[in-house]
Design a binder for this molecule. Structure first.
Ligand code: PLP
Length: 444
């Protein structure tokens, strides 16, 4: 076997090309829960698993009107290849959007990408050699870690609590990794309403973390898809608002407009921006002209701030529905209370394994994402991410009720077994690093 994969990692021996795959594909293993998610997308299943924005809240005439005007007035350009950096009118609008989070920048430093996911890939491609270290919150966004691993980066998690990344834990992790002679390229962080934990980094910690990274020559990759989707009060300003040279900031229209356009962006320090454009061209020639013209038209003509307010109201109501259902049906769990975004991070009683439990949950017609998906190191067994963005409040309530049937069933089972064998002999001890560092303040 030339590429060092085990058959279970990248396919089976029935794949005739198996020996030819590049080493970097070793990280591209289909997760075991993927098949279950196919089942979970059936209409009778309440899915609290995905992170799909509720695009039905967009008035269809808003998008339809933009389409007609774009085709009438700018059809030939919209259907043509464009520049590798993105169209200037859209980049101007992006400056206005980022200004809402305190960012001042030059239009020259914005690079439009095919969703922020593609920006993640381009930045990783620019910086990562095999074996380089990427620091990331524990837990962190699953598909960012897939990208990091596909470039053979090693992800090292940094502990977080209900106030986000813990600066002291970051210092320690940096010291440990450096002592091992490994190279840290960047810190990947989602400071506002993180995916999956739903927590927000305080302003003081943002400053301290920037300081730590500056002192250690570590770039900060600030991923901010949810910052404008706050419920009660805005999050602290973006980290990029105070640090230009050491931060690459990623934004997207996926959550404030619609992911189907596949338009996001990177705001990068001048020198990096040049390389990003070249990498963008190498990958896609130019990001979709059509989508960019559509979004520009939408921003020119629609009340986009009002639309973001509408989304906030919808997601706030759904968050509230999930929190009250959790209070009612699952008081034995602990969970984070997000002030924005799409996700709640729940911690199950000790010894429950959210991944092992998922097939039983799907049988009860409810789905969630097991916590292990959000760690590169196997942690998160007794955590789960619960998304409140897509189902209606009624479905969220019903979903949590069904989940309570599953969890209560599991606990009954454990109690039964514990009468014949000590619990610790049938379930692994809880690792201190599981979940976030300390119980969130909402916990009963
Ligand atoms: C933290 C985070 N980053 C990036 C993305 C990718 O978003 P997109 O490529 O749609 O802009 C997502 C999508 O859910 C996300 O949650």
């Amino acid at each position: 076997m030339s590429n060092g994969h085990s058959p279970s990692e990248s396919g089976t021996n029935l794949d005739p090309w198996y020996d030819l795959y590049a080493d970097r594909t070793a990280g591209l293993s289909a997760s075991e829960v993927r098949a279950l998610f196919a089942v979970a997308s059936r209409p009778e299943v309440v899915s609290l698993a995905g992170g799909m924005p509720f695009v039905s809240a967009l008035p269809t005439d808003l998008v339809g009107g933009a389409f007609e005007r774009v085709m009438r007035e700018e059809g030939p350009q919209a259907l043509q290849y464009g520049s590798g950096q993105g169209i200037p009118q859209l980049r101007e609008h992006i400056l206005d959007i980022m200004a809402l989070e305190g960012i001042r920048a030059s239009v020259d430093d914005v690079v439009v990408t095919t969703g922020s996911q593609h920006a993640l890939e381009l930045v990783t491609k620019l910086f990562i050699n095999p074996g380089d270290v990427v620091l990331a919150e524990g837990p962190s966004y699953v598909t960012a870690m897939v990208v990091f691993k596909s470039f053979q980066a090693e992800v090292e998690h940094v502990l977080m609590d209900e106030h986000g990344l813990i600066p002291e834990a970051l210092r320690q992790r940096i010291a440990e990794v450096k002592a091992q002679g490994r190279t840290i390229k960047f810190l990947y962080t989602i400071p506002s309403f993180s995916n999956p934990a739903g927590v927000t980094l305080t302003w003081e910690r943002r400053l301290e973390i920037l300081e730590i990274c500056r002192a250690n020559d570590i770039l900060v990759l600030e991923d901010d898809p949810y910052g404008l989707l706050y419920f009660d009060s805005p999050p602290p300003q973006a980290m990029r608002s105070v640090e230009e040279e050491g931060v690459i900031y990623l934004g997207t229209f996926s959550k404030t407009l619609a992911p189907g356009f596949r338009v996001g962006w990177a705001l990068a320090p001048h020198a990096i921006r040049e390389k990003l454009i070249l990498a963008n061209e190498a990958a896609v020639l130019s990001p979709s002209s059509f989508s960019q013209y559509m979004i520009t038209e939408y921003l020119n003509t629609a009340d986009w701030r009002g639309q973001i307010d509408t989304f906030r109201g919808i997601y706030r109501e759904r968050r509230d529905a999930m929190l009250s259902a959790l209070d009612e049906y699952l008081p034995q769990l602990s969970w984070t209370v997000p002030n924005g975004g799409f996700y709640i991070w729940a911690t199950l009683p000790d010894h429950l394994d959210s991944k092992a439990m998922l097939p039983r949950a799907v049988r009860e017609l409810v789905a969630y994402t097991p916590g292990t998906a959000f760690y590169a190191d196997g942690n998160g067994r007794n955590n789960m991410r619960l998304s409140f963005c897509y189902p209606t409040p009624e479905f969220i309530r019903e979903g949590i009720r069904r989940l309570s049937v599953v969890i209560n069933g599991e606990m009954d089972l454990l109690r039964t077994f514990s009468q014949t064998a000590p619990l610790r002999s049938i379930a692994p001890a809880r690792d201190a690093k599981l979940g976030i560092a300390s119980p969130p303040s909402n916990l009963a």
